[in-house]
Write a protein that binds this ligand. Sequence first.
Ligand code: SAH
Ligand code: SF4
Length: 383
Amino acid sequence: MSLVEEPVNLLGFSGPELAALVAQWGGKPFRARQLQRWMHQRGVDVFDDMTDLARDFRQRLGENCQVAGPRPLSEHRSADGTRKWLFDVGRDNAVETVFIPEDDRGTLCISSQAGCTVACPFCSTGYQGFNRNLTTAEIIGQLWHARRVLQADASSARLGGEAAEPSRVISNVVMMGMGEPLLNYDQVLGALRLMLDDNAYGLSRRRVTVSTSGVVPMMDRLARDCPVALAVSLHAPNDALRDKLVPLNRKHPLSELLDACNRYLEHAPRDFITFEYIMLDGVNDSDENAKELIAISRRVRCKFNLIPFNPFPQSGLKRSSAARVRLFAQQLMDAGVVTTVRKTRGDDIAAACGQLAGEVQDRTRINERLPDRGTIILKQERV
Ligand code: SAH
Ligand code: SF4
């Protein structure tokens, strides 16, 4: 490799790509694995600190390459232990990453795009429009950074005599931050493979979840390329309503989506699809809607995750009451459908689902084309 002006960022490199780079310098494949472990497992970004690499190899790396995670602009901690980072992704754009500690696991929620083109009217990311896809390095860099911070915290807690808490470990990753992961397929795939790679993060497929609004052709590709757990943002039980709540439905309607779910299940690490269903007062939370969902549950092996809507000013939508959510869940459960209601976490730091705003300079002018999406839906559903 020749000297280049901008050092190559190795953070997004796959194992085989690193091996090819090392081979150009006459190095053996195990050198690539060592380098990968230094970067991802130990979170080291200075080549000279990678002490078991040969000095001339370190020098070559230092002259040509870098390990550059996304630049954190801020970090917030919620009273319930949730943490949120805002990362600079250039050109006045920022994305958010959230860590949610629980007793038996720690889940990191990662972003895949600056903004989103799907433009769901209940989602503040969709409301902002779209700027660009994140690179593999920017996507995996969110995990890299969060893990470094949490590891540093855990070791200072150990030094202080505290037992390391399991909640400081990232055991699960969900692609449920900003953006539609399957509309940034290649870059997301690179990041998913690093999450699973034993020389990088070594997570099990069952603990890595891609959440999609239903990009059918890419669901089929993911099943072949890297089958991880799948969550599908259903949000509506029929095409008329889903066309409005998840505009991608106009391109890939429900029957097509449900068929794709069944094809995915042939490869999936879990034997069910998680359907996410946001509870919107007077829009999709009627008894009739619950009955339609029960009919859907007969077509695909699934679990339902009911998500209380997190309001944001421009949406014009309201959260279903707690009593309504309970009744709706009960209706599904009485029909034998496994149903959970998502606990809202981190809402004191605007880290809850759909509150991830980041900063997106809209290049698509979605907001001008669709000036009052939220109110249109409310009016039509309420008459
Ligand atoms: N684009 C993908 C992944 C990111 S959105 C998708 O749509 O699945 C992740 C989840 O957050 C989705 O289920 C989405 O419906 C939910 N969400 C978006 N806005 C929300 C809001 N205002 N309140 C609660 N959940 C929201
Ligand atoms: Fe995009 Fe998902 Fe938000 Fe819809 S819910 S606008 S697909 S990020």
